[in-house]
Design a protein around this ligand. Structure first.
Ligand code: C2E
Ligand code: CA
Ligand code: CA
Ligand code: CA
Length: 280
């Protein structure tokens, strides 16, 4: 990376050049990959506590490159954001997820899933066309707006302005809004006043502190109180142990997501769960 060596002098670093070239290559590959159909969606179950009944899913994008290598969204989403490609990729994601939600409704009935969540990044929220795009995908596939949850991060709406206007327009469509990675940003609590959210997703880092000291549990404990008062749903993310799930239930959490219940899965695996009495 760049190292400032006092004042305005910035040392040139060969690894920075490598990184920039790599990013440019990935950006070009992303664009090609989108046309070549290299992306697919996985769906991670969201369950109701304590029994673990499947109530919803979160769609998570995957990229398998032509050479078979799988790239993590944590690596390519930031590049897709910087290059603006997230707008086209995001449009493909929203359409694909709505098509899948419609298929589940047709096969398993309108009550089979309470919500199908899709992630929307900061750059997408700056696109004033996003609400129309979502409305078009819902109408095109015949998906009721309330089935779709749009997950947004606090940092994306922190600046207010255009992103916040988009969020309000999305809310008016009737989709649910969830604040993702809740508690990791700068203004989590403040946003609950300005942003029309229906749910908060409590970040894994806080779930990891469960079963520890009262200090470590403080945020998870406090959030249920706030959420209840404000009429928000809470989903705990990254639940990996039965102890964490048990503790969450004791603290009043109704919904959880994590490897304890299921990893992100292909649509066929969700179909199988919906057939088996909705249990994992
Ligand atoms: P996120 O939205 O916070 O998604 C949750 C991430 O945590 C997912 O990683 C999921 O696989 C992982 N996870 C779930 N349960 C557990 C657990 O019990 N333990 C651990 N260690 N991890 C767990 P994934 O799929 O690699 O996605 C990473 C991030 O990339 C997402 O974080 C999200 O910010 C972004 N992303 C993924 N798909 C999309 C997408 O379709 N659109 C956009 N804009 N961003 C996406
Ligand atoms: Ca998410
Ligand atoms: Ca999250
Ligand atoms: Ca995250």
């Amino acid at each position: 990376a760049m190292t400032g060596t006092g004042g305005s002098v910035i040392r040139y670093d060969a690894s920075l050049e490598r990184e920039l070239t790599q990013r440019a290559t990935i950006a070009a590959d992303l664009r090609r990959g989108l046309t070549a159909g290299e992306f697919h969606m996985l769906y991670q179950p969201i369950v109701e506590l304590p029994h673990g009944r499947l109530v919803g899913v979160e769609a998570l994008v995957r990229w398998t490159r032509a050479d078979g290598r799988v790239v993590s969204p944590a690596d390519f989403i930031p590049i897709a954001e910087d290059t603006g490609l997230i707008v086209d990729l995001g449009a493909w994601i929203i359409d694909t997820v709505c098509a899948q939600a419609a298929a589940w409704q047709r096969e398993h009935g309108p009550e089979a899933l309470r919500s199908v969540a899709v992630n929307v990044s900061a750059r997408q929220l700056l696109d004033p066309g996003l609400p129309d795009l979502v409305a078009g995908a819902l109408a095109g596939h015949g998906v009721p707006a309330k089935l779709l949850t749009v997950e947004i991060t606090e940092t994306a709406v922190f600046g207010g302005g255009r992103a916040l206007a988009t969020v309000h327009a999305l809310s008016e469509l009737g989709v649910s809004l969830a604040l993702d990675d809740f508690g990791t940003g700068h203004s989590s609590l403040g946003l609950l006043r300005t942003c029309p959210v229906d749910a908060i997703k409590v970040d894994k880092s806080f779930v990891d502190g469960l079963g520890g000291t009262p200090q470590q549990e403080a945020i998870v404990t406090a959030l249920t109180g706030i959420a209840e008062t404000m009429g928000l749903r809470t989903v705990a993310e990254g639940v990996e142990t039965a102890e964490q799930a048990q503790r969450l239930f004791e603290l009043g959490y109704r919904y959880a997501q994590g490897f304890l219940f299921a990893r992100p899965l292909p649509p066929s695996a969700i179909d199988a769960m919906l057939q088996q009495n909705h249990h994992i």
